[in-house]
Ligand binder design. Structure first.
Ligand code: PGA
Length: 254
């Protein structure tokens, strides 16, 4: 790993109340203060951002999605600039749970543009639903990558983070955990697609992280052998102590 490890918590639709969110955020913050060499981001539900941004610690805030339009008559929508104005620095875009809810690559590419236009750092999630023996999942990942990045300005690619999240390894219903070798192989593949499309110099600057059932037991091997510069953590980020342990492991893997 050449850069600071990037450790992102995706809280999803948790916790239940603002008070619990504040406790979790403070808890993570107190673990993080001993590990300043990592960049730690907590992607919280929108309603909590404002109050979390008032808590002073070394954590950065992010959101889990943004609307594809800038503003207007989109009932229920939250724009990237709204998220920015209440303290977000990062935005996850194209998470498999949003793709399942209907976000196609075309919509994701618009969301990515809104993200960078408003000054948020985009975390683009890509990953295949199944692994087939022929290796067609490479094509799936390549199409997601190229489709989602359509129209993305080349000069801004240096800010982009790509999270490789194989859908079969995410959440409680995961088929199994991915191995660090599988993560490394895909990270190399993603860099190759980026390099073929944008040139090696640009591809080199894009940060790739791994997500999908990352926990206190496997985080270190993903960080050391997974060919990635960080991890995106779902379930284990809801427990400050466990997430704090992952933050500590990231520091050691540097
Ligand atoms: P998980 O979720 O760590 O609970 O598998 C990761 C994600 O969906 O980003």
């Amino acid at each position: 790993m050449t850069t600071k490890p990037l450790i992102i918590a995706n809280l999803k639709m948790n916790p239940r109340t603002q008070k619990e969110a504040e406790m979790l955020y403070k808890g993570i913050g107190s673990f993080a203060k001993n590990f300043k060499k990592s960049e730690i981001v907590v992607c919280a539900p929108y309603p909590y951002l404002s109050s979390l941004s008032k808590i002073k610690n070394s954590l950065k805030l992010g959101v889990q999605d943004v609307h594809e339009e800038k503003e207007g008559a989109y009932t229920g929508g939250v724009s990237a600039s709204m998220a920015k104005s209440v303290g977000a620095k990062y935005a996850i875009v194209g998470h498999s749970e949003r793709r399942r809810a209907g976000d196609a690559d075309e919509v994701i590419s618009k969301k990515l543009l809104q993200t960078i236009k408003s000054g948020l750092i985009p975390v683009l999630c890509i990953g295949e639903s199944v692994r087939d023996e022929k290796g067609d999942y490479h094509l799936v990942v390549k199409q997601q990558l190229i489709g989602s990045l359509a129209g993305f300005p080349k000069a801004q690619l240096k800010t982009l983070v790509i999270a490789y999240e194989p859908v079969w390894a995410i959440g409680k219903s995961a088929v199994r955990e991915a191995t660090p070798e599988e993560s490394r192989e895909m990270a190399i593949f993603i860099k190759k697609v980026l390099s073929d499309t944008y040139g090696a110099n640009t591809a080199e600057k894009v940060r790739i992280i791994y997500g999908g059932s990352v926990n206190t037991e496997n985080a270190e091997s993903f960080l050391q052998h997974g060919g990635v510069e960080g991890v995106l953590v779902g379930r284990e980020s809801l427990n400050a102590k466990k997430f704090g342990k992952i933050i500590g492991l990231a520091q050691m893997s540097k």
